[in-house]
Ligand binder design. Structure first.
Ligand code: PEP
Length: 252
């Protein structure tokens, strides 16, 4: 199965689910969600829970794994950090890069996001580059400018072939964890802008890059968001740690 079977349904567990909780989650989720080859399911557990989840989903080749963050650095004296090499060695296929919580709560800069994308690609992993505007930026009419700046700087250290292999998640900051979802039209509008910019960089091959929407997605609104033009997947936080809701989202 192609890693890019669409839609791409990605679960960002953030700093939730202990090893025991992740195990209960998987008991419930794997029972409810049977393998399907017409979509891609990706779980992003915390680094400490990663190996347990990996071992547990090992018989399920339809479920791929990623990590939520890696260091900009290759290795060395960076206490508390995890490297792209560690993620690759542990069995990750994807890395979230530039999530708004990293940008806003940890002060991650555009340059660091670009360095992380490059580091991730150098280790054979796929960056899922997150972009999105704040409510103030949206109200000032700066959405396209902000998102395109984050996109262009995020991929600035990648060559054309690497750009073709990434994934993009459009996540308006005002919609993350707030219960306020972008309308399918809002999501489509921004996805079209992103697609056009990618086409300007990699031409026709831009179609190969899955564009995901994220921000307060749940089992109720997932279908209409997925039906919106240019929305080819979902990155889900809160609803993805509820196995029943996540199985419903994946099973649509
Ligand atoms: C996220 O963390 O990427 C996210 C979209 O969170 P939530 O679904 O909780 O808004």
């Amino acid at each position: 199965m192609s890693v890019h079977s669409r839609p791409v349904l990605a679960a960002n567990w953030k700093m939730n689910l202990t090893p025991a909780e992740a195990s209960s989650f998987l008991d419930a989720f794997l029972n409810r969600y049977a393998p399907r080859d017409d979509r891609s399911v990706i779980l992003f557990p915390s680094a400490l829970v990663f190996a347990g989840v990996r071992d547990r989903v090992q018989p399920r080749s339809d479920i791929r794994l990623g990590v939520q963050n890696v260091s900009t650095e290759e290795k060395g004296a960076f206490t508390g950090e995890n490297s792209a090499a560690m993620a690759a060695g542990a069995g990750a296929s994807f890395v979230l890069v530039g999530h708004s919580e990293r940008r806003h709560a940890f002060g991650e800069t555009d340059v660091q996001v670009a360095q992380k994308c490059a580091r991730v690609v150098a280790h054979g992993l796929v960056p899922m580059l997150c972009v999105g505007e704040t409510i103030e930026q949206r109200e000032r009419g700066e959405t396209a400018e902000v998102v395109l700046h984050q996109l262009r700087t995020g991929i600035s250290m990648l060559d054309r072939a690497a750009v073709r292999d990434i994934m993009i998640a459009y996540e308006p900051v005002w919609a993350i964890g707030t219960g306020r979802t972008a309308t399918p039209g809002d999501a489509s509008d921004v996805h079209l802008v992103i697609r056009a910019a990618l086409a300007g960089i990699v031409g026709e091959e831009a179609r190969a890059i899955p564009l995901l929407y994220g921000g307060s997605v749940n089992a109720k609104n997932a279908a209409e968001l997925l039906a919106a033009p240019e929305v080819e997947g979902l990155l889900v936080g809160g609803a993805s740690i509820d196995p029943v809701q996540w199985a419903e989202i994946c099973g649509r």
